[in-house]
Each structure stands twice: as structure tokens, then as C-alpha cells.
Design a protein around this ligand. Structure first.
Ligand code: PEP
Ligand code: MN
Length: 371
């Protein structure tokens, strides 16, 4: 499978300032006044990209399903009146056709649509010959290949202004997130497709306003190019996602507090300092691997002894003792390591140790024997 997407460089179609790209606007378009008011406030803050849902894929049928086609011109007029580019979610070819007719500038494919390759393909087919930027949200399931598949389907239809939006994943366990971020999935996407513009949607990950800022900051610190944030003139009265929408004033405060760090160290002194510290890290990693390899060698010797004595590999007492003594490391050394980390680290070591001993136990040749 090819691991390339043919994408136009992002500075040719996104704002080339190099600042984080900010898309903001209501979860759902509700009235001409609502969208005009938020567009005015956002454009006064320098926001160039306005979002607004027209068709809302709600889980339950009694929820607000979006204002529908009538809202497209409200969104388009409001954004364009303020010189903004406007975007909405399309979930089928009819939505796309209506959006294009209304002069919508960009579309995104929602998380619930991306899980369905047939539906994604239908939209991709409808996009053939249409030159419009497309943003693809992650599927609700934590499945990187499904996300990539949707991006590929768009790309093969000739969409070369393509971006991805990380909006978190449905998790069965209750957590303080509405949608679990599973950061390793978007990080792997970016590793495989560095040319892809990556947005974070902290609103749908957080699910509540208090957590939007830390999620957004994490995304910027991980090198995401932009954010898509839900902003509503009056969140308490919003017809959808009222708990996670920021007021324009709260959004202003939010963007004022975002810290944008540069990807590379610019001055020569910092660069050489960084290089020096990295080379020490390289040495420590080498030492770490040597020590782990030696530890495994001992484990295998113990495995041989257990085999000769015909005793079980797993010894609960010993494992408890390892956990108890290793988690006392801080007190003994004066250095700090997080206790949870120590436990996870030794679980991994112990698992590998058992694996190695199992191999010894199951090998048919006893040491010294020539089989
Ligand atoms: C939305 O952006 O309002 C939306 C419905 O998003 P998602 O597809 O991420 O649930
Ligand atoms: Mn929403």
C-alpha cells in the first residue's frame, strides 16, 4: 500500500502566516442573526475560517438534527460579509451539492461518516472534478487505517487540498473526556503523512468548556497546525453541544492564553546545548538497553534453573517483592520517578522476562546436551 497523499503545500491554501490556523464557529447554524453575530465577533479577533454545522448527525432522533439547507446561505453570507472562508460538514452527496451551490468554501467529513467506507466513497465520487478543500475528521472508532482510508478516497478523487481533524474517539469507559484523545493515533498519522495539515478539535474531545484550553495546548505542543473550536453567541441556549461551546469573549481569552512554541531552536547556543543533551540521552539509552539485555540474560539463566528443578516460571511472591521494592526507588535514590511509571516499566520488564523464561522452559534441549 502506498503511503503517500498528493497534497498541495499548506501555505498555498491556508493562511501562510505560520501562526496556528484557527477555525471557529457554532456547532450548529441556528438563525441568520446567530451566525452573523458570531462571524462579526470572530472576524474582529482575526479569525479567517468560520465553521457551522447545517446537518447534525445526532445520536438520538429527538436531538436537534441541524437547521438544514436553509442555513447554508446564512452561514455563507455571514462569513463572506466578514471576509472569512466558511465550512460545513457534509454527510452525503446531496449535502455536498447544496453546499457547493450556496458558495461554501470548504467541507469536512464528520466522525460518524468516516466510519462508513461506502458513504465516504459516495462523497468522494461526488467530489470528482470539484476543486474544494476537504477536512476529514477521525472516525469515532480508534482506527487509524479507517481515517487514512477516508483521506485516500478523497485524494484519489483529485482532492489535493486535504487536511485532517482530530476530534477524539468514543470509549466505553467513562472518562473526563467526551471523546478520548488517544494522542498516539494522530501522532502516527502525522508521522506517516507529514505533509498533511492536522487540526485538533478540542471542543469535541473535551466536551466541556473548562477542558478545551489544556487539550488545545497539548495539540499545539505536539506540533498540530491548527484548531477547530466551537464558539456560540449564547452557549447556554445552543440547540446542540451547549456544554462545550465558548462565548466569543471566552474564546478571545482562550486564544490569548495559547502558547505557540517554535518547532526548532533558532539560536545557535540553544541548538548546540540541545545537541549535547541529546547525545547524552543517546548514551543513556544505550546503557539502558545494555542493562535490560543483561537483566534478560539473567532471567534466562533463572529459567534454566526453574526448568531443571521443574518449578513454575511465575512466582507471585517474587513479583510482589519486585513491585514493592522498586516503587521505593525515590526515597532511596533522592531522584524522582513517577510511581505509576515505575510500575508500568516493571510490568513490561516482567512480561518480557516471563516470555524469555517460557522460551527456555519450552526449548527441548537442556544446556550441555547435544540434541
Ligand atoms: C461537529 O463538528 O459539530 C461534529 C458533529 O463533529 P464530529 O463529527 O466530530 O462529531
Ligand atoms: Mn458539535
Amino acid at each position: 500500500m502506498s503511503n503517500t497523499l498528493k497534497i498541495q503545500p499548506s501555505n498555498t491554501w491556508w493562511d501562510p502566516s505560520g501562526q496556528p490556523l484557527l477555525i471557529a464557529g457554532p456547532c450548529g447554524v441556528e438563525s441568520p442573526e446567530q451566525v452573523l453575530s458570531v462571524a462579526g465577533d470572530l472576524s474582529a479577533l482575526g479569525i479567517k475560517y468560520l465553521r457551522g454545522g447545517i446537518w447534525k448527525p445526532r445520536t438520538r432522533p429527538d436531538s436537534f438534527q441541524g437547521i438544514g439547507e436553509v442555513g447554508l446561505s446564512w452561514l455563507s453570507d455571514a462569513g463572506h460579509a466578514h471576509g472569512m472562508q466558511v465550512m460545513t460538514e457534509v454527510a452525503d452527496p446531496d449535502h455536498l451539492e447544496a453546499a457547493l451551490k450556496a458558495g461554501i468554501d470548504m467541507v469536512w467529513i464528520g466522525a460518524r461518516t468516516v466510519v462508513n467506507p461506502f458513504q465516504v466513497q459516495r462523497i468522494a465520487d461526488a467530489l470528482k472534478g470539484v476543486s474544494i478543500p476537504v477536512l476529514v475528521k477521525n472516525p469515532i472508532a480508534p482506527d487509524l487505517e479507517l481515517w487514512i482510508g477516508a483521506l485516500e478516497r478523497m485524494n484519489r478523487s483529485g482532492i489535493d487540498r486535504l487536511a485532517a481533524i482530530h476530534r477524539g474517539f468514543t470509549a466505553y469507559e467513562r472518562s473526563h473526556y467526551r471523546n478520548a484523545p488517544n494522542w498516539q493515533i494522530p501522532i502516527e498519522l502525522k508521522r506517516r503523512f507529514p505533509e498533511l495539515t492536522l487540526f485538533c478539535d478540542p471542543s469535541h474531545i473535551a466536551g466541556k468548556t473548562s477542558m478545551i484550553a489544556p487539550v488545545a495546548q497539548t495539540a499545539l505542543d505536539l506540533g498540530y497546525e491548527g484548531l477547530m473550536v466551537e464558539v456560540h453567541p449564547n452557549p447556554l441556549k445552543a440547540l446542540s453541544d451547549s456544554e462545550q461551546q465558548l462565548t466569543p469573549a471566552a474564546f478571545e481569552e482562550f486564544i490569548g492564553e495559547l502558547v505557540v512554541r517554535s518547532k526548532s531552536m533558532m539560536d545557535a547556543i540553544s541548538r548546540s546545548h540541545l545537541a549535547e543533551m541529546r547525545s547524552r540521552i543517546d548514551e543513556f539509552d544505550q546503557l539502558l538497553l545494555d542493562v535490560v539485555a543483561k537483566r534478560m540474560e539473567l532471567s534466562r539463566e533463572i529459567g534454566t534453573l526453574k526448568k531443571e528443578q521443574n518449578v513454575t516460571i511465575y512466582q507471585l511472591d517474587r513479583w510482589n517483592e519486585i513491585l514493592r521494592t522498586r516503587t521505593q526507588y525515590d526515597a532511596a535514590s533522592g531522584l524522582t520517578l513517577n510511581k505509576d511509571f515505575i510500575i508500568k516499566f516493571f510490568e513490561l520488564i516482567h512480561e518480557e522476562s516471563i516470555h524469555q523464561q517460557t522460551q527456555v522452559m519450552n526449548s527441548r534441549d537442556l544446556p550441555g546436551e547435544n540434541v
